[in-house]
Design a protein around this ligand. Structure first.
Ligand SMILES: Cc1cc2nc3c(=O)[nH]c(=O)nc-3n(C[C@H](O)[C@H](O)[C@H](O)COP(=O)(O)OP(=O)(O)OC[C@H]3O[C@@H](n4cnc5c(N)ncnc54)[C@H](O)[C@@H]3O)c2cc1C
Length: 483
């Protein structure tokens, strides 16, 4: 048999040239490769199944565009070209394969159920042009082939799973970027504009120094952030102590948007941590960043194991919970108008920036799912629309976990008032994102309903006028852990 000559590399959420085993394999086995990305109309500009929101909000659409732009640039630097299309992969990938007379098509293997269906559609369409699709699992720290158990036996609780991978599986070294990407001479096509993708063109969400979440898409920006956060600003040293922070760029890594689009490989992060440990310090903070990346891995493998059950109201355990479907209450939550300032701050931050800290996410999610008892999937769908770092496994997995239908069914209701006072003792976060409460002392900023009429007049915050009354009785029993 002749050596295969041309391979198409269909990029999905692996928008990078470093540590990209899919690209590497195609380069090893072929003389030329055709890197391809297609913006899927079923996602960009499409509406959510559960709520009245776009599946991909404008901010994330912008981030993906920038990531594709950067990937093309990195191909150019390697004498290659990235083909960019706007269309369904089931038709685009086979059409490109046919037009270049491809011998093989390689792509990233993803655990999401829709992503799997898309890959199956591509695979069966490729059959008609006589080319095989080969997929590669490349987005986790641990290799899927190197897990202690087969995917269908992956434990459903994090700690035993983590203990077993720490003991039995090692993290492969990340691959270096290829020096060249020989692409046949062809027109790459233009990158669709935001309006072609179905969004308003606006300039105010282009990241700049004064944007609250200044993260441009792309591998170049990701690698720069890796260097800045860990080495230049030396923030890894205290990550474990600062990671529950709420405001600012450096209390946590902010790697998530890049990890989600695959602009950054988790193994590349691990390598930077290893180097930091050798050169500077090895402590519980350096361990903890990798520990969090194992949480990320855990959700990826959980989704691969459970498939559609991951998205059911009762979750993977099929718990019997009657969820509320109160659209008015849902809207108040989404709009940051619940009258619980800590929750409202989180939701307004999300709307303004596309980001929330882990602490804010847990509280806002618990409030919707455990306090209001609204279908957790509506909340997850709202996050899917709004988050810059949306990842199907991490998002639906964390939501289910907080809602008590996830990997273990412990009650995870958060006492949001306790959380507010503990994690935002000076109400800095609340006063930043809920400016109408900016002049209140911390206790009232967190619990404005405690003000009597005179105090409301004195501080100029009249409840129901300047700020809503609490959507549920704040004296109700918040059960569950408060930590
Ligand atoms: C309701 C809810 C929804 C979430 N949705 C998403 C999502 O769609 N995409 C997403 O990447 N994360 C999600 N998370 C997890 C976590 O909140 C974010 O990964 C984190 O806040 C991102 O900021 P960072 O990169 O600075 O995190 P860091 O604290 O610096 O952590 C480093 C990396 O570890 C991983 N990580 C950390 N915590 C978690 C976790 N709990 N689960 C999985 N991975 C984790 C992320 O890749 C993160 O970038 C969600 C959490 C909750 C509670």
């Amino acid at each position: 048999m002749d050596m295969a000559d041309v391979a198409v590399v269909w990029f999905r959420r692996d928008l990078r040239v470093h540590d990209n085993p899919t690209l590497q394999r195609a380069l090893e086995e072929n003389d030329r490769v055709v890197p391809l990305y297609t913006f899927e109309p079923g996602l960009f500009g499409a509406r959510s199944r559960w709520i009245d929101e776009p599946r991909i909000g404008r901010r994330r659409a912008r981030f993906v565009r920038e990531s594709v732009q950067d990937l093309r640039q990195r191909m150019h630097e390697r004498d290659g070209e990235l083909l960019v299309r706007h269309g369904d992969p089931g038709s685009v990938v086979p059409a490109v394969a046919e037009s270049v007379d491809a011998d093989a098509v390689h792509a990233q293997r993803l655990p999401g159920t829709e992503e799997r269906r898309t890959a199956s559609a591509v695979e069966s369409e490729l059959e008609s042009v006589g080319v095989d699709l080969t997929t590669h699992w490349t987005h986790t720290l641990h290799a899927i082939e190197d897990l202690p158990t087969a995917i269908e036996h992956v434990q459903d609780t994090f700690t035993p799973w983590k203990d077993s991978v720490e003991a039995n599986s090692s993290v492969p070294e990340p691959l270096a970027p290829p020096e060249s990407v020989p692409t046949p001479d062809m027109d790459g096509g233009s990158i669709p504009t935001l309006s072609e993708l179905g969004y308003d063109e606006r300039t105010d969400d282009t990241p700049g120094d004064d944007t609250p979440m200044p993260v441009p898409g792309g591998e170049s920006a990701a690698l720069e952030r890796l260097q800045t956060y860990i080495f230049e600003r030396d923030r890894l040293r205290e990550y474990r102590e600062t990671r529950n922070g709420l405001l600012g760029m450096d209390f946590s890594s902010k790697f998530s948007p890049w990890l989600a689009q695959g602009c950054l490989s988790p193994r590349r992060v691990k390598r930077a941590v290893d180097r930091y440990e050798r050169e500077r310090v090895s402590n519980d903070s350096t361990y903890w960043l990798v520990f969090e990346l194992r949480w990320r891995d855990f959700f990826q493998f959980q989704l691969a194991k459970h498939g559609d059950a991951y998205f059911t109201p009762g979750g993977i355990q099929d718990r019997e919970i009657v969820w509320n479907r109160d659209e008015t209450a849902f809207r108040r939550w989404a709009d940051g108008e619940t009258g619980f300032p800590f929750v409202d701050a989180a939701m307004r931050e999300l709307a303004a920036t596309g980001y929330q800290s882990n602490r804010a996410r847990q509280n806002a999610a618990s409030f919707l799912a455990n306090t209001l008892r609204i279908d957790w999937r509506w909340g997850a769908a709202y996050y899917e629309s709004s988050l810059l770092d949306y990842d199907v496994a991490s998002n639906y997995g964390n939501w289910a976990y907080v809602a008590g239908v996830g990997t273990d069914s412990r009650d995870r209701a958060f006492d949001v008032l306790w959380q507010a006072h503990n994690y935002d003792p000076d109400a800095e976060y609340v006063r930043h994102w809920v400016p109408e409460l900016a002049d209140l002392p911390p206790r009232y900023a967190h619990e404005p309903w405690r003000m009597d009429a005179d105090e409301q007049a004195r501080y100029g915050v009249e409840l129901r006028v300047e700020y809503p009354e609490p959507i549920v009785d704040p004296n109700m029993h918040f059960d569950g852990p408060s930590s």
